[in-house]
Design a protein around this ligand. Structure first.
Ligand code: SAH
Length: 223
């Protein structure tokens, strides 16, 4: 379902992406690190075919299997909250299209990403390969994290959770950050950042309302 014929970028696409970056700046994204990464990743690769006119709108879009590619503003907002440094080890829960993973990789961090819906993961892997990065993709229930490669400097959850999965907090390094939308309804959340201080204390901050598809799985919403 994903186009690979769009690898060659047109000046129109590049221009629209620049406009999107400016729009995100106007909407309050100040991290140059994040804006530069959004400016680098060709979002058209992660889009279903024949929907070119939607690629650089600041909106989510259906990618099949009832899932969506996140709105660019949301991708930028979550990525900025992660406060990343080059070389950090980052875990993403909810690969979806692979776009958020590609943005993380463009920042220069090591990306591990987990997805439950196998066909989506397979499509994402194909696209991510084209971009010549080293993103490690896994199939499974991300609410349990990815213990084999833990601990992580940062973890980002791109689906809405009923509560913060304990496994994810456990897999943070001291000094690490978990960014996760949490809400008591499957389609309405508040963005949280849970930080583990160097001496192991947990700090909780909240950053306003968002709307994600539900996080399923053992420590998510039941199927
Ligand atoms: N980061 C994605 C957004 C995808 S939407 C992007 O940039 O396109 C959220 C994704 O989370 C969906 O693909 C959904 O299938 C996946 N998901 C939901 N519950 C999950 C779980 N427990 N583990 C892993 N992925 C999950």
């Amino acid at each position: 379902m994903f186009t690979t014929a769009e690898i060659t970028e047109t000046p129109v696409m590049a221009g629209k992406r620049n406009q999107l970056v400016n729009e995100l700046r106007q909407k309050g994204i100040v991290s140059e690190q994040v804006l530069q990464a959004i400016g680098k990743v060709p979002r058209q690769l992660f889009f279903p075919m024949d929907f070119e006119q939607f690629v650089y709108r600041d909106a989510p879009f259906p990618i099949g299997h009832g899932q969506t590619i996140s709105q660019p503003y949301t991708v930028a907002f979550q990525t900025a909250l992660l406060q990343l440094k080059t070389g950090d080890k980052v875990l993403e829960i909810g690969t979806g299209s692979g776009y958020q993973a590609a943005v993380l990789s463009a920042i220069g961090v090591q990306v591990y990403t987990v997805e439950t819906v196998l066909p989506l993961l397979k499509d994402a892997i194909k696209v991510l390969k084209i971009l010549d990065n080293d993103i490690k993709c896994f199939h499974g229930d991300g609410t349990m994290g990815l213990p084999a490669f833990a601990p992580y400097d940062a973890i980002v959850v791109t689906a809405g959770a009923p509560e913060v999965p304990a496994s994810l907090v456990n897999q943070l390094k001291p000094g690490g950050r978990l960014v996760i939308p949490v809400g008591d309804k499957p389609d309405s959340q508040i963005m949280f950042r849970i930080s583990k201080t160097p001496d192991g204390k947990i700090i909780n901050e909240s950053f306003g309302p968002f709307r994600f598809v539900p996080l399923k799985g053992k420590e998510g919403w039941s199927k």
